[in-house]
Design a protein around this ligand. Structure first.
Ligand SMILES: [Zn+2]
Length: 160
């Protein structure tokens, strides 16, 4: 059996008037949303980088460059699905995925289960293998000032 671990980190500025989508889940009441060439979904981007890192597959910017108009406004769950397909094709499956989201808003906890369900579907695994944690910046740094959302992800993959 082969085990591979990968980690991902992403940060997007939060600005008024942008749809707020994190982990593929919509936060319709949120007054700010992540700015980005795609939908700015920092959670999906961190998870994608973790998966790519685990298999030595480079990074999300190499696969989906922000200079390419094809990815403008892209659904980041779709980007994750596209990144996952060749990894699954190599015979890997998810052992577990652990995600930390750091932001002042939106409130992540009420929708953490929905996020896990979206990510589980994208990665063709069960929600029980995915953990979503959220914390706030306690007034410190850009997260604490509400300027950005940061996501960290660690994934363990196995190939029987
Ligand atoms: Zn990103």
């Amino acid at each position: 059996m082969t085990l591979r671990i990968g980690q991902g980190w992403d940060r997007h500025r939060l600005v008024p008037g942008r749809p707020c989508i994190l982990g593929g889940v919509d936060f319709p009441g949120c007054p700010v949303g992540p700015l980005g060439h795609s939908d700015g979904d920092a959670v999906c981007h961190a998870v994608t980088d973790a998966v790519l890192g685990a298999v030595g597959g480079g990074d999300i910017g190499r696969l989906f460059p922000d200079t390419d108009p094809r990815w403008e406004g892209a659904d980041s769950v779709d980007l994750l699905v596209r990144a996952w397909a060749p990894v699954r094709g190599q015979g890997f499956r998810v052992v577990n995925l652990d995600v930390t989201v750091i932001c002042e808003q939106p409130a992540i906890a009420p929708r953490a289960a929905a996020m896990a369900a979206r990510l589980a579907e994208a990665l063709e695994t069960e929600t029980g293998r995915i953990n979503i944690k959220a914390t706030r910046g306690e007034g410190l740094g850009p997260e604490g000032r509400g300027e950005c959302v940061t996501a960290q992800a660690v994934v363990l993959l196995e190939k029987p």
